[in-house]
Design a protein around this ligand. Structure first.
Ligand SMILES: O=c1[nH]c(=O)c2ncn([C@@H]3O[C@H](COP(=O)(O)OP(=O)(O)OP(=O)(O)O)[C@@H](O)[C@H]3O)c2[nH]1
Ligand SMILES: [Mg+2]
Length: 215
């Protein structure tokens, strides 16, 4: 369903996501396009209550319009101390249009409001602490309108929320996401390093393995 030399449309307007997909698919010779590069495609409303539901909604809606297989990603950050919030609302946590800086500020405000206990991180240097365990989760859905087939895969990565941002890579909440096993924030990882461990990278590797099995 996806072969070397193919072009694949990803039903996303998030340039951070497309950058990560572009890098991952480049390794297998597949060119990636996102919704910002194709004129006339709508924003799809995310009315689902789970990542998988939303990824399915996005993939099907766009595939119906372009008549080709489409990959969609729905993902987010689930924070233990906030009972799993922001979850499926991660992009719109601080309101719409979505704004990474405002979302990060709201996350720290909410953790402060509930009095989340700060655990000092000596290995991170001056003034850094973590406030809660958290995970990034990603659901990928590849939908092919020619036979109405749907492939779905999930990935997640565990970490802790930092009390202040660290690093300049990645996107979204990456500067606030500390990975204890690496002793770095997600925003301190190079693109390939992030893809090697991230929720999105794991989901994508699972999906590609499923596709190989079908070929
Ligand atoms: O720091 C982060 N590193 C990541 O790797 C990551 N993956 C997801 N997220 C957050 O979760 C929202 C997804 O929401 P989402 O799946 O609806 O995507 P989106 O609305 O940004 O674009 P689209 O794909 O829907 O067009 C994003 O906006 C981010 O806030 C991440 N944050
Ligand atoms: Mg979205």
């Amino acid at each position: 369903m996806i072969r070397r030399g193919d072009e694949l449309l990803i039903a996303t307007r998030n340039k951070g996501k497309s950058k990560e997909f572009r890098e991952a698919f480049r390794e297998i010779g597949v060119t990636v396009k996102d919704l910002n590069e194709v004129a006339g495609l709508p924003d799809v409303e995310e009315t689902g209550t789970t990542f998988e539901e939303n990824a399915t909604i996005k993939a099907k809606a766009i595939a119906a319009l372009v008549g080709m297989p489409v990959l969609a990603d729905d993902s987010g950050l689930c924070v233990d101390a906030l009972s799993g919030a922001p979850g499926v609302y991660s992009a719109r946590y601080a309101g719409e249009p979505s704004n990474d800086a405002a979302n990060n500020e709201k996350l720290l405000r909410e953790l402060d409001r509930i009095g989340a206990a700060a655990v000092i991180l000596p290995e991170a240097g001056d003034g850094f602490a973590t406030l809660s365990a958290a995970r990034f989760a990603c659901s990928l859905v590849l939908y092919d309108p020619s036979d109405e087939s749907r492939l779905a895969a999930e990935g997640d990565v565990e970490g802790r929320i930092l009390n202040r941002p660290r690093g300049s890579g990645g996107f979204g909440y990456d500067p606030l996401f500390w990975i204890p096993s690496l002793g770095r924030s997600m925003a301190e990882l190079a693109l390939e390093e992030k893809n090697a461990i991230s929720h999105r990278g794991q989901a994508l590797r699972k999906l590609l393995t499923m596709l190989e099995g079908k070929a």
